[in-house]
Design a protein around this ligand. Structure first.
Ligand code: PLP
Ligand code: TYF
Length: 398
């Protein structure tokens, strides 16, 4: 049966972690994968999560099947976080939310539903984008193309190129947008640019699909939701995939959600029925634990306040690492201006390091980065930042 099976390519990012794990050098640093580590280099277990888990363990609830779209306590909490607690859309019954297996699973439910809805559409992702976006939408049967996004010269967004491309697309095209903390570049749109994207989607009849994997990692929970809020105010229909992997440090629990904004409450019930059909034929209904923890934290004023402060702590630490890296590179005599690293948002930076330089960093220093030059700032800490700055400085001096 398997004689002709070929070796599939590794995921370029998760594959890097496999190489990192096999590296025996004690000084090794993994700047590849997008995971938040604390200052001790550990993935944190948030205190708010720990408290909710303790309460849950003591309550010892039964483990029946969940509703196909996840429990209402969870889906309502997701909606409040994305659209704002006082959202008119929520009140009008115009938001449909289903729990997803992480943000990835949410994207896939959305992709499968879209394929049924609009089988002839093309999906447009940013150039560059998270590696899995293309693979996932292609696996769902869509052709995937790109719109201009990153401008290496300014280390910002080529907004003129992006807008011109959006305005050239046929109606019904699906536009995948990073709601904040763009992965891999760290370059985000301004609020005014988001308004122009909303206007372009309206003018051309595009299908917006916002991917929100890092809410709270740029400026704050509501500030980072500005794209969702602007699309909400526009009257358009759109998709949002969201994830708690990063914001709750619950990576392996696989907690995310797909939300769809419809035109009416009546439309919502039809849309939900189709989303449930997609879920049923994939995995029947979602797992309990992670979503229960998130729902508990978000619905308890004390735990929510604790979570917000822990999230702010993660955000501030990443910012401090950005500033620290820039200062240390300058102190080590690097002539090139790295101040752009401080302006980028979220976990990542496109450093401008070439694939060859990244390979030398890995070989000579055990510092792992993505071959595109993307590094995860959240993997830096007080103990390794000097070593990393030194490695980068040496590689740059060639
Ligand atoms: N979307 C983007 C832009 C991401 O960077 C990630 C990273 O993990 C995801 C989606 C997937 O999130 P999850 O790990 O919750 O599946
Ligand atoms: O971009 C990253 O590093 C994170 C983690 O297939 C990730 O989003 C990477 C690759 C992948 C799944 C998650």
């Amino acid at each position: 049966i398997f004689a002709a099976v070929e070796m599939a390519p590794r995921d370029p990012i998760l594959g890097l972690t496999e190489s990192f794990n096999a590296d025996t050098r004690p000084t090794k640093v993994n700047l590849g994968v997008g995971v938040y580590y604390d200052d001790n280099g550990k993935i944190p277990l948030l205190a708010a999560v720990k408290a909710a888990e303790k309460a849950r363990l003591e309550a010892a609830p039964p483990r029946g099947y969940q509703p196909i779209e996840g429990p209402a306590t969870y889906t309502q909490a997701v909606q409040n976080l994305l659209f704002g607690a006082g959202s008119d859309l929520i009140a009008a019954g115009r938001v449909v939310t289903a729990q997803g297996i992480g943000g990835t699973g949410a994207l896939r439910i959305g992709a499968d539903f879209l394929k049924r809805l609009n089988p002839g559409a093309t999906v447009y992702i940013s150039d560059p984008s998270w590696e899995n976006h293309r693979a996932l939408f292609e696996a769902a049967g869509f052709p995937v193309e790109t719109y201009p996004y990153y401008d290496a010269a300014t280390r910002g967004v080529d907004f003129a190129g992006m807008k011109a491309k959006l305005l050239s697309l046929p109606a019904g095209s699906v536009i995948l947008l990073h709601a904040c903390c763009h992965n891999p570049t760290g370059a985000d749109l301004s609020d005014a640019q988001w308004e122009e994207v909303v206007a372009a989607c309206r003018e051309k009849g595009l299908v917006p699909f916002l991917d929100m994997a890092y809410q709270g990692f740029a400026d704050g929970i509501d500030q980072d939701a500005v794209a969702v809020r602007l699309f909400s105010a526009s009257g358009l229909q759109f998709f949002v995939s969201s994830s708690f992997s990063k914001s709750f440090s619950l990576y392996g629990e696989r907690v995310g959600a797909l939300s769809i904004v419809t035109a009416s409450k009546e439309e919502s019930s039809r849309v939900l029925s189709q989303v449930k059909r997609v879920i049923r034929t994939n995995y029947s209904n979602p797992q309990i634990h992670g979503a229960a923890i998130v729902a508990t934290v978000l619905s308890s004023p004390e735990l929510r306040a604790q979570w917000e402060s822990e999230l702010a702590g993660m955000r501030d630490r990443i910012r401090a690492m950005r500033t620290g890296l820039v200062e240390k590179l300058a102190a080590k005599g690097v002539a090139q201006d790295f101040s752009f690293v401080v302006k980028q948002r979220g976990m990542f930076s496109y450093t401008g390091l070439s694939a060859d330089q990244v390979a030398v960093l890995q070989k000579d220093f055990g510092i792992y980065a993505v071959s595109t030059g993307r590094i995860c700032l959240a993997a830096l800490n007080a103990k390794n930042i000097d070593y990393v700055a030194d490695g980068i400085a040496q590689v740059l001096k060639g």
